[in-house]
Write a new protein. Structure first.
Length: 175
């Protein structure tokens, strides 16, 4: 019988984060197990624990969907930031300057300069898209008022009047 591998708590937490990340990317349990070098039943158990945690954090099904999408956006934003960092590179440029006199090369000068790339702005645009999506899901931005118009482009009259009682304030004011 094979000896059971015991994972340290730190390793378990690291595996759980990786399992979460890969699961949210749509990777199968078998593929996750293979990549993390753990068993598929371990992946299954960890996913059940993660899903239980996610359920506790949510009240309604819509909140569950929001959490899942927010987790995906978080992972995507991390990838964009890493790609942004990788796109900021330093390049050393070497140049030689030779002086010719009667077809003979004389005095070769070698100069070096370092150029730093400011990075690929497409990755920052990706980060901004992630932020916009997160704000939209969380409802951070104020709602935009939209007026209903007819075919002629003129505003439609209000069809519904809403009465909101003021918790008997009117009655209390008269008393």
């Amino acid at each position: 019988m094979a000896k059971k591998r015991v994972r340290q708590p730190v390793q378990e937490e690291k595996d759980r984060r990786n399992i979460s990340r890969l699961y949210l990317q749509g990777v199968t349990q078998v593929e996750i197990a293979r990549e993390l070098k753990i068993s598929q039943p371990t992946v299954s158990r960890e996913l059940k624990l993660l899903q239980a945690e996610w359920r506790v954090e949510r009240v309604f099904d819509i909140n569950e969907a929001k959490q899942r999408e927010l987790a995906k956006i978080d992972n995507l934003e991390i990838e964009y930031w890493l790609a942004w960092k990788r796109s900021q590179t330093e390049t050393v440029i070497k140049t030689k300057k030779a002086t010719k006199i009667l077809d003979m090369v004389r005095d070769q000068e070698l100069s070096e300069r370092t150029e730093t790339s400011v990075g690929d702005a497409r990755f920052l645009n990706g980060v901004m898209d992630c932020i916009k999506q997160r704000c939209a899901i969380l409802g951070v931005e104020a709602p935009k008022k939209q007026e209903l118009t007819g075919k002629d482009g003129k505003p439609l009259p209000s069809l519904v009047n809403v009465y909101i009682p003021q918790n008997n304030r009117e009655n209390n004011a008269n008393a």
